[in-house]
Design a protein around this ligand. Sequence first.
Ligand SMILES: C[S@@+](CC[C@H](N)C(=O)[O-])C[C@H]1O[C@@H](n2cnc3c(N)ncnc32)[C@H](O)[C@@H]1O
Length: 353
Amino acid sequence: MTDTLTKLAYQTVQQGKSAFGLAHKTLSAQMLSFFSPAPEDRQTDSLPVDVLALIRQRLNILLETDWHDAEQGVYPAELLFDNPWDDFFRFYPLLVMDMPAIWERAKQKRHQDFDKAINTEAYPSYYLQNFHHQTNGYLSDLSANLYDLQVEILFNGSADAMRRRVLAPLKQGLAAFSTVLPSQLRVLDVACGTGRTLRFVRGILPQASLYGTDLSPAYLRKANHHLSQLPGELPQLAQANAEELPYQDGYFHGITCVFLFHELPPAARQAVIDQCFRVLKPGGTLVICDSIQESDSPEFAVTMRNFPKMFHEPYYRHYVTDDLVKRLETSGFTVEPTVTHFMSKYWVAHKPV
Ligand SMILES: C[S@@+](CC[C@H](N)C(=O)[O-])C[C@H]1O[C@@H](n2cnc3c(N)ncnc32)[C@H](O)[C@@H]1O
């Protein structure tokens, strides 16, 4: 009975988030086409009815899987309800107020537009982009405050369910270290952003030492704010380029990396994978979650074409054809068959013993 009620509550919350995401996107698309019609190169293809039905179906399957994993004890059911509602009420108005500036920048094709007060010197040039047309890219506190909301809206409230899909393979991978005390396990989340994935990893590993790196000081501040509210040891956060991880060789038992690779140029993708290989222990596991690609999801070709037109994503077109399995094997990993969930794809790679 409790399970039935919990499932019902989860489904209701998800339906609400999905309806809200859809309503926001429909309204903002109408306002955008009225105030700032897209030039030809940004016009998107409309989604055929069968693709829309498939999207709905895959979203439902993702939510069923999310529920099933919680029910099976892969993670506590509380994680299903880990929604930053305070942020939603506080920052949704700011997100709406930021929209005209976003439209204007998109219209004028200003894709590397940063306030003068922001010091951009310390970053790789590929990073200095207004990804998703975000005001000041990843380099402001406003951007960090709005990011989770923007991603939730983009994925109709399913971003966290996709992030949680790294937990089962991570847990399975860590089973290789069954003789290590839970408090001695070390897990790193590369490009941790605002810390959503680390919150979920903490849910399955209450005693482990958790680490997170990101290039954005503002996103790390936000991650620190959220993660410091959790019981247990505070994850150690460090500002670092994922191409040069500041850890010694063989330090981690597990590594996760969520939604980073589509925002990297090809050479950086390889460099990040090489670094993950270096800092993993032999027998350690890397779990990558990122966008679906052309090879596994041809039925969503139209959404993959539309995505970089609607959101500034300069490396996405190359990403959707990039063979990450080959890249992982080049670094020395053995790679499990990839899987997809809704709009995301997963690579589980092991460093040979
Ligand atoms: C799309 S966000 C994903 C954030 C987070 N993992 C999530 O699940 O929401 C991409 C993140 O990667 C970070 N990033 C991009 N390039 C990076 C690099 N070379 N090194 C470290 N972090 C990077 C950005 O600052 C941003 O926080």
